[in-house]
Design a protein around this ligand. Sequence first.
Ligand SMILES: O=C(O)CCC(=O)C(=O)O
Ligand SMILES: [Fe+2]
Length: 341
Amino acid sequence: MNSHFTAIPVIDISGLSGNAGQKQTVVENLGHAARTIGFMYITGHGMEPSLFANMLRETKTFFDLPIEEKMSLYIGKSSNHRGYVPQGEEVFSGGSKDLKEAFDLSLDLPSDDPDYIAGNPLIGPNQWPAIPQFREIITDYYNAVFNVGRQLMSAFAVALGLSADAFEASLTKPPSQLRLIHYPYDPTAHDVAGIGAHTDFECFTLLRATAPGLEVMNGQGEWIDAPPIENAFIVNIGDMLELLSGGEFIATSHRVRKVKEERYSFPLFFSLDYDVRVQPLPGRENPALPTQSLVAGEHLFAQTAQIFTYLKQRLADGTLVLPESSLALSSFGQESRHPNS
Ligand SMILES: O=C(O)CCC(=O)C(=O)O
Ligand SMILES: [Fe+2]
Protein backbone atom coordinates (compact mmCIF):
# COMPACT_ATOMS: atom_id res chain seq x y z
CA MET A 1 0.00 0.00 0.00
CA ASN A 2 0.89 3.67 -0.32
CA SER A 3 3.85 3.79 1.98
CA HIS A 4 6.23 6.24 3.55
CA PHE A 5 7.71 7.27 0.20
CA THR A 6 9.73 10.47 -0.09
CA ALA A 7 10.51 10.36 -3.82
CA ILE A 8 8.54 9.64 -6.98
CA PRO A 9 9.96 7.03 -9.38
CA VAL A 10 10.93 7.80 -12.98
CA ILE A 11 9.81 5.14 -15.47
CA ASP A 12 11.04 4.96 -19.06
CA ILE A 13 8.16 3.52 -21.11
CA SER A 14 10.01 3.24 -24.44
CA GLY A 15 10.08 -0.54 -23.89
CA LEU A 16 6.32 -0.64 -24.55
CA SER A 17 7.18 -0.57 -28.25
CA GLY A 18 9.96 -3.13 -27.82
CA ASN A 19 10.00 -6.93 -27.56
CA ALA A 20 7.94 -8.98 -25.09
CA GLY A 21 10.61 -8.87 -22.39
CA GLN A 22 11.02 -5.10 -22.63
CA LYS A 23 7.25 -4.62 -22.48
CA GLN A 24 7.03 -6.83 -19.42
CA THR A 25 9.71 -4.79 -17.62
CA VAL A 26 7.80 -1.54 -18.21
CA VAL A 27 4.53 -3.17 -17.10
CA GLU A 28 6.19 -4.36 -13.88
CA ASN A 29 7.63 -0.90 -13.16
CA LEU A 30 4.30 0.81 -13.81
CA GLY A 31 2.42 -1.73 -11.72
CA HIS A 32 4.87 -1.40 -8.84
CA ALA A 33 4.59 2.42 -8.81
CA ALA A 34 0.78 2.25 -9.07
CA ARG A 35 0.60 -0.14 -6.10
CA THR A 36 3.11 1.52 -3.80
CA ILE A 37 2.87 5.25 -4.59
CA GLY A 38 0.16 6.05 -7.13
CA PHE A 39 2.44 8.68 -8.72
CA MET A 40 5.28 8.33 -11.24
CA TYR A 41 7.22 10.28 -13.85
CA ILE A 42 7.02 8.87 -17.38
CA THR A 43 9.85 9.33 -19.88
CA GLY A 44 10.51 7.64 -23.22
CA HIS A 45 6.95 8.40 -24.39
CA GLY A 46 8.14 9.58 -27.81
CA MET A 47 6.17 12.83 -27.92
CA GLU A 48 7.85 15.67 -29.84
CA PRO A 49 8.89 18.46 -27.41
CA SER A 50 7.51 21.05 -29.87
CA LEU A 51 3.96 19.83 -29.16
CA PHE A 52 4.26 21.03 -25.57
CA ALA A 53 6.15 24.23 -26.43
CA ASN A 54 3.52 25.23 -28.99
CA MET A 55 0.64 24.50 -26.63
CA LEU A 56 2.29 26.55 -23.89
CA ARG A 57 2.71 29.50 -26.25
CA GLU A 58 -0.95 29.39 -27.35
CA THR A 59 -2.09 29.00 -23.74
CA LYS A 60 -0.22 32.14 -22.71
CA THR A 61 -1.80 34.02 -25.62
CA PHE A 62 -5.23 32.92 -24.45
CA PHE A 63 -4.80 33.86 -20.79
CA ASP A 64 -3.38 37.26 -21.84
CA LEU A 65 -6.73 38.13 -23.46
CA PRO A 66 -8.95 40.67 -21.67
CA ILE A 67 -11.21 39.05 -19.09
CA GLU A 68 -14.35 40.00 -21.07
CA GLU A 69 -13.08 38.08 -24.04
CA LYS A 70 -12.24 35.05 -21.91
CA MET A 71 -15.63 35.26 -20.21
CA SER A 72 -17.35 35.13 -23.60
CA LEU A 73 -16.27 31.45 -23.48
CA TYR A 74 -17.36 30.97 -19.83
CA ILE A 75 -17.78 27.27 -19.04
CA GLY A 76 -21.17 27.91 -17.43
CA LYS A 77 -22.54 28.88 -20.86
CA SER A 78 -21.80 25.46 -22.35
CA SER A 79 -24.05 22.46 -21.82
CA ASN A 80 -21.13 19.99 -21.80
CA HIS A 81 -18.61 21.58 -19.44
CA ARG A 82 -16.23 23.22 -21.91
CA GLY A 83 -14.63 26.65 -21.86
CA TYR A 84 -13.11 29.30 -19.62
CA VAL A 85 -12.99 28.82 -15.84
CA PRO A 86 -12.37 32.13 -14.04
CA GLN A 87 -10.59 32.45 -10.71
CA GLY A 88 -12.83 31.48 -7.80
CA GLU A 89 -15.18 29.30 -9.89
CA GLU A 90 -13.89 26.09 -8.30
CA VAL A 91 -14.42 25.66 -4.59
CA PHE A 92 -13.20 22.45 -2.95
CA SER A 93 -14.50 20.83 0.20
CA GLY A 94 -13.51 23.00 3.15
CA GLY A 95 -14.41 26.10 1.13
CA SER A 96 -10.90 26.79 -0.23
CA LYS A 97 -11.00 28.79 -3.46
CA ASP A 98 -8.23 27.97 -5.91
CA LEU A 99 -5.99 30.76 -7.07
CA LYS A 100 -6.06 29.82 -10.74
CA GLU A 101 -7.88 30.20 -14.05
CA ALA A 102 -8.32 27.46 -16.63
CA PHE A 103 -9.51 26.60 -20.11
CA ASP A 104 -11.23 23.22 -20.22
CA LEU A 105 -11.66 21.07 -23.27
CA SER A 106 -12.19 17.40 -23.99
CA LEU A 107 -12.68 15.02 -26.90
CA ASP A 108 -14.02 17.36 -29.61
CA LEU A 109 -17.12 15.74 -31.11
CA PRO A 110 -19.44 17.24 -33.72
CA SER A 111 -22.58 19.06 -32.58
CA ASP A 112 -24.72 16.32 -34.13
CA ASP A 113 -23.23 13.72 -31.76
CA PRO A 114 -26.25 11.78 -30.39
CA ASP A 115 -25.06 11.88 -26.76
CA TYR A 116 -24.56 15.64 -26.99
CA ILE A 117 -28.01 16.12 -28.50
CA ALA A 118 -29.44 13.90 -25.74
CA GLY A 119 -27.96 16.31 -23.16
CA ASN A 120 -24.98 14.34 -21.85
CA PRO A 121 -23.25 16.82 -19.49
CA LEU A 122 -19.66 15.96 -20.56
CA ILE A 123 -19.82 14.92 -24.23
CA GLY A 124 -19.84 17.02 -27.42
CA PRO A 125 -17.94 19.88 -29.07
CA ASN A 126 -15.36 22.19 -27.49
CA GLN A 127 -15.64 25.97 -27.34
CA TRP A 128 -12.65 27.63 -29.04
CA PRO A 129 -11.27 31.17 -28.84
CA ALA A 130 -10.71 33.15 -32.05
CA ILE A 131 -6.90 32.84 -31.86
CA PRO A 132 -5.43 31.69 -35.19
CA GLN A 133 -4.12 28.08 -34.95
CA PHE A 134 -5.07 27.75 -31.27
CA ARG A 135 -7.52 24.98 -32.03
CA GLU A 136 -5.15 23.09 -34.30
CA ILE A 137 -2.18 23.31 -31.92
CA ILE A 138 -4.13 22.30 -28.82
CA THR A 139 -5.78 19.48 -30.76
CA ASP A 140 -2.39 18.17 -31.89
CA TYR A 141 -1.25 18.01 -28.26
CA TYR A 142 -4.54 16.44 -27.17
CA ASN A 143 -4.28 13.66 -29.75
CA ALA A 144 -0.64 12.92 -28.94
CA VAL A 145 -1.09 12.79 -25.17
CA PHE A 146 -4.26 10.74 -25.56
CA ASN A 147 -2.25 8.25 -27.57
CA VAL A 148 0.33 7.95 -24.78
CA GLY A 149 -2.61 7.46 -22.39
CA ARG A 150 -3.93 4.59 -24.48
CA GLN A 151 -0.58 2.82 -24.25
CA LEU A 152 -0.47 3.35 -20.48
CA MET A 153 -4.04 2.06 -20.10
CA SER A 154 -3.03 -1.07 -21.96
CA ALA A 155 0.07 -1.50 -19.75
CA PHE A 156 -1.99 -1.02 -16.56
CA ALA A 157 -4.43 -3.65 -17.88
CA VAL A 158 -1.58 -6.15 -18.19
CA ALA A 159 -0.27 -5.12 -14.75
CA LEU A 160 -3.71 -6.08 -13.39
CA GLY A 161 -3.58 -9.49 -15.07
CA LEU A 162 -5.83 -8.57 -18.01
CA SER A 163 -5.13 -8.69 -21.74
CA ALA A 164 -3.43 -5.67 -23.31
CA ASP A 165 -6.62 -4.71 -25.17
CA ALA A 166 -8.99 -5.27 -22.23
CA PHE A 167 -10.19 -1.64 -22.19
CA GLU A 168 -10.20 -0.92 -25.93
CA ALA A 169 -13.97 -1.45 -26.19
CA SER A 170 -14.46 1.06 -23.34
CA LEU A 171 -12.53 3.81 -25.13
CA THR A 172 -14.78 4.72 -28.05
CA LYS A 173 -15.41 8.38 -27.07
CA PRO A 174 -14.27 8.88 -23.49
CA PRO A 175 -14.80 12.28 -21.81
CA SER A 176 -11.04 12.64 -21.22
CA GLN A 177 -10.55 16.27 -20.32
CA LEU A 178 -7.48 18.40 -21.04
CA ARG A 179 -7.16 21.47 -18.85
CA LEU A 180 -4.95 24.45 -19.65
CA ILE A 181 -4.33 25.91 -16.19
CA HIS A 182 -2.76 29.24 -15.28
CA TYR A 183 -1.67 29.96 -11.70
CA PRO A 184 -0.83 33.67 -11.53
CA TYR A 185 1.87 34.78 -9.14
CA ASP A 186 0.40 37.00 -6.47
CA PRO A 187 2.98 38.02 -3.82
CA THR A 188 0.19 39.50 -1.66
CA ALA A 189 -1.77 36.24 -1.46
CA HIS A 190 -1.61 34.68 1.99
CA ASP A 191 -1.65 30.90 2.16
CA VAL A 192 -4.01 30.49 -0.77
CA ALA A 193 -3.41 27.09 -2.29
CA GLY A 194 -3.15 26.92 -6.09
CA ILE A 195 -5.53 23.96 -5.94
CA GLY A 196 -6.98 22.20 -2.91
CA ALA A 197 -6.20 18.59 -1.96
CA HIS A 198 -8.06 16.00 -4.04
CA THR A 199 -7.79 12.78 -6.00
CA ASP A 200 -8.45 12.75 -9.74
CA PHE A 201 -11.72 11.15 -10.77
CA GLU A 202 -10.71 9.15 -13.85
CA CYS A 203 -8.36 6.21 -14.49
CA PHE A 204 -5.14 8.23 -14.39
CA THR A 205 -3.78 11.66 -15.27
CA LEU A 206 -0.90 12.69 -17.54
CA LEU A 207 0.40 16.08 -16.45
CA ARG A 208 2.98 18.56 -17.71
CA ALA A 209 3.78 21.71 -15.73
CA THR A 210 6.16 24.67 -16.06
CA ALA A 211 7.18 25.10 -12.41
CA PRO A 212 7.14 23.34 -9.01
CA GLY A 213 4.09 23.55 -6.78
CA LEU A 214 2.49 20.11 -7.06
CA GLU A 215 2.61 18.08 -3.84
CA VAL A 216 1.65 14.45 -3.31
CA MET A 217 0.45 12.86 -0.07
CA ASN A 218 2.23 9.71 1.09
CA GLY A 219 0.82 6.94 3.26
CA GLN A 220 1.77 8.84 6.42
CA GLY A 221 -0.17 11.95 5.40
CA GLU A 222 3.01 13.90 4.58
CA TRP A 223 3.26 16.16 1.52
CA ILE A 224 6.04 15.26 -0.97
CA ASP A 225 7.15 17.65 -3.77
CA ALA A 226 6.58 16.61 -7.38
CA PRO A 227 8.46 19.25 -9.40
CA PRO A 228 8.43 19.00 -13.20
CA ILE A 229 11.15 17.05 -15.03
CA GLU A 230 11.98 18.24 -18.56
CA ASN A 231 9.93 16.35 -21.18
CA ALA A 232 8.48 13.93 -18.61
CA PHE A 233 4.84 13.44 -17.72
CA ILE A 234 3.76 13.19 -14.12
CA VAL A 235 1.26 10.33 -14.05
CA ASN A 236 -1.04 9.66 -11.13
CA ILE A 237 -3.64 6.98 -10.54
CA GLY A 238 -7.25 8.18 -10.25
CA ASP A 239 -10.42 6.92 -8.57
CA MET A 240 -11.44 4.55 -11.40
CA LEU A 241 -8.25 2.48 -11.31
CA GLU A 242 -8.36 2.38 -7.51
CA LEU A 243 -11.90 0.98 -7.71
CA LEU A 244 -11.20 -1.39 -10.59
CA SER A 245 -8.10 -2.80 -8.89
CA GLY A 246 -9.99 -3.27 -5.62
CA GLY A 247 -7.73 -0.73 -3.90
CA GLU A 248 -4.50 -2.34 -5.08
CA PHE A 249 -3.70 0.74 -7.19
CA ILE A 250 -3.86 3.96 -5.22
CA ALA A 251 -5.62 7.18 -6.18
CA THR A 252 -3.08 9.42 -4.54
CA SER A 253 -4.21 12.72 -3.01
CA HIS A 254 -2.38 15.79 -4.27
CA ARG A 255 -2.58 19.58 -4.24
CA VAL A 256 -0.84 22.66 -5.61
CA ARG A 257 0.62 24.90 -2.94
CA LYS A 258 0.76 28.69 -3.19
CA VAL A 259 3.04 29.30 -6.18
CA LYS A 260 6.32 31.22 -5.96
CA GLU A 261 6.26 32.15 -9.64
CA GLU A 262 3.71 32.22 -12.43
CA ARG A 263 2.86 28.65 -13.33
CA TYR A 264 1.07 26.77 -16.13
CA SER A 265 -0.01 23.16 -15.97
CA PHE A 266 -1.71 20.76 -18.35
CA PRO A 267 -3.43 17.66 -16.97
CA LEU A 268 -5.04 15.17 -19.35
CA PHE A 269 -7.50 13.09 -17.32
CA PHE A 270 -7.69 9.70 -18.99
CA SER A 271 -11.25 8.37 -18.67
CA LEU A 272 -13.20 5.37 -19.87
CA ASP A 273 -16.39 5.91 -21.90
CA TYR A 274 -19.12 7.75 -20.02
CA ASP A 275 -21.43 4.76 -19.59
CA VAL A 276 -18.85 2.19 -18.50
CA ARG A 277 -19.66 0.58 -15.16
CA VAL A 278 -16.53 0.25 -13.04
CA GLN A 279 -16.23 -2.26 -10.22
CA PRO A 280 -13.42 -4.34 -8.73
CA LEU A 281 -12.15 -7.04 -11.08
CA PRO A 282 -13.19 -10.59 -10.10
CA GLY A 283 -11.27 -11.70 -7.03
CA ARG A 284 -10.39 -8.13 -6.06
CA GLU A 285 -13.58 -7.22 -4.20
CA ASN A 286 -12.73 -5.06 -1.20
CA PRO A 287 -15.29 -3.91 1.36
CA ALA A 288 -12.95 -1.09 2.48
CA LEU A 289 -13.51 0.81 -0.79
CA PRO A 290 -15.79 3.88 -0.62
CA THR A 291 -18.16 2.21 -3.10
CA GLN A 292 -18.39 -1.14 -4.86
CA SER A 293 -19.52 0.16 -8.26
CA LEU A 294 -19.70 3.43 -10.24
CA VAL A 295 -20.51 4.59 -13.75
CA ALA A 296 -17.33 6.33 -15.00
CA GLY A 297 -18.95 9.46 -16.46
CA GLU A 298 -21.49 9.79 -13.66
CA HIS A 299 -18.74 9.79 -11.06
CA LEU A 300 -16.73 12.32 -13.01
CA PHE A 301 -19.70 14.64 -13.42
CA ALA A 302 -20.93 14.21 -9.83
CA GLN A 303 -17.52 15.19 -8.46
CA THR A 304 -17.26 18.10 -10.90
CA ALA A 305 -20.73 19.33 -9.89
CA GLN A 306 -19.61 19.52 -6.26
CA ILE A 307 -16.69 21.81 -7.18
CA PHE A 308 -17.84 24.23 -9.91
CA THR A 309 -19.94 27.16 -8.72
CA TYR A 310 -22.16 27.23 -11.83
CA LEU A 311 -23.08 23.57 -11.31
CA LYS A 312 -23.53 23.97 -7.54
CA GLN A 313 -26.09 26.67 -8.28
CA ARG A 314 -27.99 24.25 -10.50
CA LEU A 315 -27.88 21.64 -7.74
CA ALA A 316 -29.17 24.23 -5.26
CA ASP A 317 -32.05 25.40 -7.45
CA GLY A 318 -33.02 21.85 -8.40
CA THR A 319 -32.34 22.14 -12.16
CA LEU A 320 -29.57 19.55 -11.71
CA VAL A 321 -30.03 16.36 -9.70
CA LEU A 322 -27.22 13.85 -9.18
CA PRO A 323 -27.77 10.10 -8.90
CA GLU A 324 -28.28 8.98 -5.28
CA SER A 325 -25.20 6.77 -5.53
CA SER A 326 -22.92 9.81 -6.05
CA LEU A 327 -19.98 10.03 -3.66
CA ALA A 328 -18.90 13.05 -1.64
CA LEU A 329 -15.59 14.72 -2.57
CA SER A 330 -12.40 13.15 -1.14
CA SER A 331 -13.93 9.69 -0.84
CA PHE A 332 -10.87 8.05 -2.39
CA GLY A 333 -7.17 8.48 -1.61
CA GLN A 334 -5.16 9.19 1.52
CA GLU A 335 -7.04 12.38 2.21
CA SER A 336 -9.97 10.23 3.23
CA ARG A 337 -7.61 8.53 5.72
CA HIS A 338 -5.69 11.66 6.82
CA PRO A 339 -8.41 14.30 6.69
CA ASN A 340 -6.54 16.96 8.70
CA SER A 341 -3.21 17.03 6.88
O1 LIG B 1 -1.39 21.94 -11.60
C1 LIG B 1 -1.03 20.84 -11.17
O2 LIG B 1 0.16 20.52 -11.09
C2 LIG B 1 -2.04 19.81 -10.71
C3 LIG B 1 -3.43 20.09 -11.16
C4 LIG B 1 -4.37 19.05 -10.64
O3 LIG B 1 -4.08 18.30 -9.76
C5 LIG B 1 -5.69 18.90 -11.25
O4 LIG B 1 -6.08 19.77 -12.07
O5 LIG B 1 -6.37 17.91 -10.95
FE1 LIG C 1 -5.44 16.61 -9.73
